[in-house]
Design a protein around this ligand. Structure first.
Ligand SMILES: Cc1ncc(COP(=O)(O)O)c(C=O)c1O
Length: 405
């Protein structure tokens, strides 16, 4: 029998960013290495107890919650999202038409591509970025166009550099701030106004991924794209409970914004999924209602971890700027390591030899080369050891960083 091959689209995709790292991680565990896992943005602490209690009560006491859920999100879920959004961003949403529940924002971003892209339509994707934008474009039969985002511009794009012939064939523009992996935030809101203008002028869906909107530090408050005039004409914004409430495994998020785009995403989803289980929707409602009590603590946790890790790195001579948002550190590798080894080989060596798992920058796009991304998802007392292990591998690769006071 001939081998049955997967689709050309699937073949075209590079292996999932974390598959190689995950494989090495498992091998490291098998070898009894003391693994410090800073690779995935997978929160290590459980959700608040009240959220868990709500889940347990609902599952035990409400037999109807075991039935198929309301796929677009039950009215209670959509109304609570709309109320939270008004309170948090000052943006009024119609819960009936402008809010849709998602099985995590990854699902929504992926399916948005399927719902809107015809074969050979382009999407405009920052380089580096969350890999799902690229992968979902390919799976939908579209063509990803990567535009560089650079540290000298605060990792904001220069739309003027995207060729007109590509813009004309493009249908979706992806933006994400606080940014994964670069940790950049939008400080000058005129950028968002320009992005809306650019998307409107060029008939693009502005897909604004706000998965890290609530994980911000030093008093910085992340905006919603929907706060700005005209956004609802072309934009949808994705939100996640995974990071905000440490509910990554619960698979729940939502998208808000343009009514037509949401209706088409809902239509697409209706053919392939049944939505978020009712007991998860009700737990997510509890999370939003208790936002003021729960989220400041989570922010504080990540801010403390950020500061400890940066301090430990400073002690080995590696200076990393503290980010104002996200749950990551985006760390520029010493030049010699980038030139001679590269971020993937470095990450592999670090993991195999010392048990520290990180995400290599090139996994987020070619322009991510020269960096590694660290997720702040381990206990505070592990950062000291992690930094020493970096130092050991740097030294083995001939890099001795100068310690600045
Ligand atoms: C930028 C960005 N968007 C979306 C997601 C996916 O979040 P969810 O768990 O809601 O699917 C992630 C997860 O890492 C992310 O980094």
């Amino acid at each position: 029998m001939k081998k049955i091959l997967s689709s050309k689209k699937l073949e075209k995709l590079p292996p999932y960013l974390f598959s190689k790292i995950n494989k090495l991680k498992l091998e490291a565990y098998k070898k009894n290495l003391d693994v410090i896992d800073l690779s995935m943005g997978n929160p290590d602490i459980p959700p608040d107890k009240e959220i868990i209690k709500r889940l347990c009560e609902t599952v035990l006491e409400h037999p109807k919650t075991h039935r198929y859920p309301q796929a677009k999100g039950m009215p209670k879920f959509r109304n609570t999202v709309a109320e939270w959004f008004l309170k948090r961003f000052g943006v009024k949403l119609d819960p009936e038409k402008e809010v849709l529940a998602l099985i995590g924002s990854k699902e929504g971003v992926g399916h948005l591509c399927m719902a809107f892209l015809n074969s050979k339509d382009y999407t405009l994707i920052p380089d580096p970025s969350y890999p799902v934008y690229y992968n979902a474009t390919i799976l939908a039969g579209g063509i990803p166009y990567l535009f560089k985002i650079l540290p000298e511009n605060g990792y904001l794009p220069d739309f003027g550099k995207i060729p007109q012939r590509i813009i004309e064939k493009a249908k979706i523009l992806f933006l994400n701030y606080p940014n994964n992996p670069t940790t950049a935030v939008v400080e000058d809101e005129s950028f968002l106004k320009d992005a809306i203008k650019f998307a409107k002028k060029n008939n693009l869906i502005l897909c604004y991924d706000n998965a890290y909107s609530e994980i911000t530090f030093d008093g910085y408050v992340a905006p919603s794209i929907l706060q700005f005039e005209g956004a609802k004409d072309i934009a949808v914004e994705f939100h996640s409970f995974s990071k905000t409430f440490c509910m990554a495994g619960w698979r729940v998020g939502f998208v808000v914004g343009n009514e037509y785009i949401i209706s088409q995403l809902e239509k697409f989803k209706s053919f392939i999924d049944y939505g978020v289980p009712t007991f998860i929707q009700l737990s997510a409602v509890k999370a939003l209602l208790d936002y003021d009590r729960i989220v400041p603590e989570i922010k504080k946790l990540y801010q403390t971890r950020r500061d400890i890790m940066i301090k430990e790195f400073k002690k080995i001579g590696w200076v990393i700027e503290p980010p104002k948002g996200s749950m990551y550190l985006w760390c520029k590798l010493p030049e010699k390591i980038t030139k001679e080894v590269g971020s993937l080989k470095f990450a592999e060596k670090l993991l195999v030899e010392t048990g520290v798992a990180v995400a290599p920058g090139e996994g987020f796009g070619p322009n991510g080369e020269g960096y590694i991304r660290l997720a702040l998802v381990t206990a505070n007392n592990r950062f000291h050891d992690a930094a020493l292990r970096f130092k050991k591998v740097f030294k083995e690769l001939g890099v001795n960083l100068k310690i600045k006071s």
